[in-house]
Design a protein around this ligand. Structure first.
Ligand SMILES: *[C@@H]1O[C@H](CO)[C@@H](O)[C@H](O)[C@H]1NC(C)=O
Ligand SMILES: [Zn+2]
Length: 419
């Protein structure tokens, strides 16, 4: 009961229709090995939102509601944990973001006057839908749009299949998804842009469709995305009503491989609640099944998130039995991404094992696709270091171009190795 009350106290709808984060403070906290367990215990507590929980010695980022700040700061002081406040009032930052987006929308939408896609504005889900269905109508020989399932609120979840073969899936497949976490807005434009390049740019089509097929789910969590756009900016999960008092499951904790019941991990209502059972969420269930349908052909799987400049590789789960068998390959292929992006843009991705970097994450999609479906090369990519979940719209295109260099490097690698 106490838990519920605190949540009700700390989040309320402002007059503008958005849930307010007035006086929420964003902290950077760097616990050492001895301080780490005590610090981690805050995960899942009411009014505590880990933007990033990293392993000991690294800077975690955490947002704390006004009601919890006194206790949290007392804890940090008592334990002498290194920290600083990044923002005193996160709502001020969200106000700036909304103003900037309203300004952009005065002159822009997902489509320019000539009908071309405009990658300098965050698209609504409906705009993504029109873009993808329009592409399918214009390029039926290259792209299929499969509606895998409907989300709990009834939005279609599309798998985009791009191939220059009449039959999809005869070549090695690179599968990927963006938008699993609702608030990570900068990731979906990178896969939409990749689809744009594969289909609309003849040079890219010739190069990247010669030996590889692409299976892309650009918006894995459409309900959460729209909720984050219109109501609660920092929403992370899907929008299913699990019980009468609990809405939302972390889709990147709901996969079957090493899934951990909430009693062992995070309670319902916390940001990383894994759901009532493995693959309980329709969004994940269908993703599991579409990759299963092409298992054997899916050679690489990418789950793309923000933020950090990271190429993370398995295992990530608790008590993983040491290094994964193909550790060296995962490092080497990760470095193909890193080197390609570094040479082209100067941005330096860090290729690192998930468990080492974050500490344990159970029920995540990357481990699942590798262990269950045999996609031997899987990564979780974290884009946009230097920002949090807010990302300037005028930089979306540059991010999409930069990330495309990475996707292209993987496409060439998989084509050479398996094609
Ligand atoms: C969840 O419950 C709320 C409140 O009853 C309702 O408005 C909403 O439509 C439900 N969502 C889904 C996905 O069923
Ligand atoms: Zn994420």
């Amino acid at each position: 009961m106490k838990v519920l009350l605190l949540i009700l106290v700390s989040l309320f709808m402002a007059a503008n229709g958005y849930v307010s984060y007035r006086n929420y403070k964003l902290y950077e906290v760097v616990p050492n090995v001895d301080q780490y367990d005590g610090f981690s215990a805050w995960e899942g507590a009411p009014g505590v939102d880990f933007f990033k929980r990293k392993s000991a010695g690294r800077a975690s980022t955490v947002l704390i509601a006004p009601e919890q700040q006194q206790e949290f700061e007392a804890f940090l002081r008592l334990n002498n944990i290194l920290h600083n406040v990044i923002y005193q009032d996160y709502e001020v930052e969200l106000e700036k973001e909304r103003e900037q987006m309203a300004e952009t929308r005065k002159t822009k939408s997902a489509f320019k006057i000539d009908g071309q896609a405009d990658f300098s504005v965050f698209w609504s889900f409906t705009e993504m839908q029109s873009y993808l269905l329009g592409l399918r109508d214009r390029f039926p020989n290259l792209i299929q749009v499969e509606n895998l399932a409907f989300s709990p609120e009834g939005r279609p979840i599309y798998a985009i299949k791009v191939s220059s073969n009449p039959i999809f899936g005869q070549r090695p497949i690179i599968a990927m998804e963006t938008g699993m976490h609702a608030r990570e807005w900068a990731a979906p434009p990178t896969t939409l842009y990749l689809i744009h390049k594969l289909v609309e740019d003849p040079v890219t089509s010739a190069e990247l469709l010669a030996r590889v097929d692409w299976l892309i789910i650009p918006m894995q969590n459409p309900d959460g995305y729209e909720f984050s756009r219109n109501t609660q900016r920092l929403w992370r999960q899907n929008r299913r009503n699990v019980t009468a008092t609990c809405t939302g499951v972390d889709l990147n904790r709901n996969f079957a491989f090493t899934w951990r019941a909430a009693t062992l991990s995070q309670p319902c209502g916390s940001q990383t609640y894994p759901g009532p059972s493995p693959l309980s969420e329709p969004e994940d269930y269908q993703l599991h099944h579409v990759v299963e349908r092409y298992a054997g052909q899916v050679k690489m799987y990418l789950s793309v998130h923000t933020f950090g400049d990271l190429v993370l590789f398995p295992w990530g789960y608790t008590d993983a039995p040491g290094r994964i068998e193909n550790w060296d390959e995962l490092v080497n292929v990760g470095n193909i991404w890193r080197d390609a992006v570094l040479a082209a843009t100067g941005k330096d991705y860090y290729v690192v094992n998930s468990l080492e970097y974050f500490g344990n994450i159970n029920g995540a999609v990357d481990d699942h696709m590798l262990a269950i479906h045999g996609a031997s090369i899987t990564y979780t990519l974290e884009l946009t270091d230097g920002f949090d979940f807010r990302y300037p719209e005028e930089r979306i295109l540059a991010l999409a171009e930069e990330t495309f260099i990475g996707y292209r490097s993987f496409g060439l690698y998989i084509g050479n190795r398996f094609g």
